[in-house]
Design a protein around this ligand. Structure first.
Ligand code: ATP
Length: 255
């Protein structure tokens, strides 16, 4: 069974409800643990107007900005984080944000890009509390503000920089939450197709890509995405299924 379906089917509740907003937090994912331990309801969204010590994968830093949206959602977790979850939520978020920035796309496995600029990132983490497992799913979206160009190959930008005008932060937030809720409900009902959605909203399918892992790097053509979220890359040796883990994906610099 599709892991997303398996995970969300049993919840039987609106997946996103109850927003807690804080002026400033080091990390919404970290604070979510405190709220879970205090017994907050499943589906609670923790939002920080300013996040001062946001995290990416493998302890990397996530830069905050006053014009950013940073929030984490709390759900009970059945067994492990469905690998496809950031892709599904990414598709929902991209569809929401396309109202302002039509070129926004999902970059496997957990980012949103506009052209070659990264405008949002996602981070799913598990947490064990009172004998229950929880999923904390964090999202950082650079909505407004200026992001100076960073190191080569990972250029941050805000949506405002991409479309040339400031966006209404509160409207953007609610619009993204609504789309997240509806896409998770859709996939939870077994009605979503990652391959189809990423043909529309992804920026990597049918392109030459470079897969960068801690042990290896290789180039190939991204030919598909499995329903579990694995990326299918065709190389001279056949088709390899790539799992997110700590793998990064970039447009290939050479064929
Ligand atoms: P990629 O897939 O692009 O290699 P990643 O998804 O593994 O990156 P994450 O760990 O999710 O990266 O995010 C952290 C990285 O994102 C940082 O190392 C930095 O390069 C970049 N970054 C940090 N803050 C921002 C931001 N506000 N906007 C865009 N990029 C950012």
């Amino acid at each position: 069974m599709n892991a997303i379906l398996e995970h969300f089917q049993h919840l039987g509740l609106s997946l996103v409800h109850g927003i807690e907003t804080y002026p400033s937090l080091p990390s919404t994912n970290a604070f979510a643990r405190t709220r879970i331990a205090a017994g907050c309801a499943p589906g609670t969204v923790i939002r920080a107007r300013q996040q001062t010590a946001g995290r990416g994968r493998q302890g990397r830093h996530w830069l905050g900005h006053k014009g950013s949206l940073t929030f984490s959602t709390i759900w009970p977790l059945q067994w492990r984080i469905p690998e496809a979850l950031p892709l599904v939520i990414g598709v929902g978020a991209a569809a929401a944000l396309a109202r302002w920035v039509p070129d926004i796309r999902v970059k496997w496995p957990n980012d949103l890009w506009v052209g070659d600029r990264k405008v949002a990132g996602m981070l799913g983490e598990t947490f064990l509390a009172t004998d229950e497992r929880w999923l904390i799913f964090g999202m950082g979206i650079n909505v407004n503000g200026h992001f100076p160009l960073q190191e080569e190959g990972n250029q941050a930008a805000s949506l405002a920089e991409c479309c040339g005008t400031e966006l209404p932060l509160e409207t953007v937030f609610l619009h993204v939450l609504q789309h997240m809720d509806s896409i998770l409900t859709q996939y939870g009902a077994g009605q979503g197709s990652l391959q189809k959605d990423l043909e529309r909203w992804g920026n990597f399918l049918h392109r030459l890509v470079e897969v960068r892992g801690s042990q290896e790097r290789f180039c190939g053509r991204a030919v598909g995405v499995r329903s579990d979220g694995a990326l299918l890359v065709e190389t001279g040796q056949g088709i390899t299924a790539v799992h997110a883990g700590d793998v990064s994906l970039r447009p290939a610099t050479f064929p």
